[in-house]
Design a protein around this ligand. Structure first.
Ligand code: IPE
Ligand code: IPE
Ligand code: MG
Length: 250
């Protein structure tokens, strides 16, 4: 079912378009490690390899936007050693991928409160954001210290502030005004949301943006998630009927 690496996804005349935006909850690193009697951090290390694989696949297939849930607001409550290791991994990932992103025309973007990240991570993050800001290929958004509810609180504060200063009229508050006050401003809502590891929940990810997203859940643990399975999900998406509450056109 899956095409060979580098090959375009098959597209017949009837096939629906590829998703413009794929969002992924990368879950299951800890369980992957536990099954092997390894430390959770080893699972996160292997998960980073899957990130590389899926970013490359997305770029080659022609996905425009890829959003990866890398660290939630709630993940700060994990043991300090695990948080420290995750931050170190993130820093190393950015260091090793910065040139690749520049060369591959990838634009890095973030959502979430990145001010909470350690200085060393913020430094390489800011450098990579600046270095790739003009790129026009894949937009890779990392959700870092991200939580959908915090994002909504920030949005309400921003709009309420504008209203209280008399800059915005209450009646002018619209869906598009709200969308423009979210971290994801300028990025279309996800067409697909994939969660690995068998958990059937959203875990505070993109609460506003997922309203009409097609959801895919797989039992595969993130370190085992492959390009082949990713392409199978993209094909399954192309066969889904997105009705948006209307009557099917098929
Ligand atoms: C996902 O894997 C990575 C992060 C949340 C940072 P987990 O660490 O949640 O793995 P499990 O769910 O414990 O297996
Ligand atoms: C969601 O995974 C967050 C990320 C993948 C970064 P979690 O493992 O933190 O979510 P829960 O705790 O299972 O809901
Ligand atoms: Mg988890």
């Amino acid at each position: 079912m899956s095409s060979k690496p580098g090959e375009q996804m098959p597209s017949s005349k009837d096939a629906k378009p590829l998703p413009a935006h794929v969002a992924i909850i990368m879950d299951g690193n800890g369980r992957w490690a536990r099954k092997r009697l390894l430390s959770r951090v080893r699972g996160h290390e292997r998960g980073t390899e899957t990130v590389r694989t899926i970013v490359k696949a997305s770029r080659e297939i022609g996905i425009r936007y890829l959003t990866l849930y890398a660290f939630s607001t709630e993940n700060w409550q994990r043991p300090k050693a695990e948080v420290t290791a995750l931050m170190a991994l993130l820093k190393n990932f950015l260091k090793s991928e910065k040139q690749e992103m520049i060369d591959q025309n990838i634009r890095l973007n973030t959502i979430g409160d990145t001010r909470k990240l350690p200085d060393g991570v913020r430094k390489i993050l800011d450098q990579t954001l600046t270095a790739t800001a003009g790129n026009t290929g894949l937009t890779l958004t990392l959700a870092l210290s991200y939580g959908g509810r915090t994002e909504l609180v920030n949005m309400v504060q921003e709009i309420a502030g504008a209203v209280s200063r008399g800059e915005t009229d209450v009646n002018a508050i619209s869906e598009s005004l709200i969308a423009a006050a979210l971290d994801t401003r300028g990025i279309p809502d996800p067409d697909i949301m994939i969660r690995t590891s068998g958990e059937m929940r959203i875990s505070n990810f993109l609460l506003w943006q997922l309203a009409y997203t097609e959801l895919f859940f797989t039992d595969t643990l993130w370190p085992d998630f492959s390009r082949g399975e990713f392409e199978q999900i993209l094909q399954a998406y192309q066969n889904r009927d997105r009705r948006y509450g209307k009557v099917s056109e098929r």
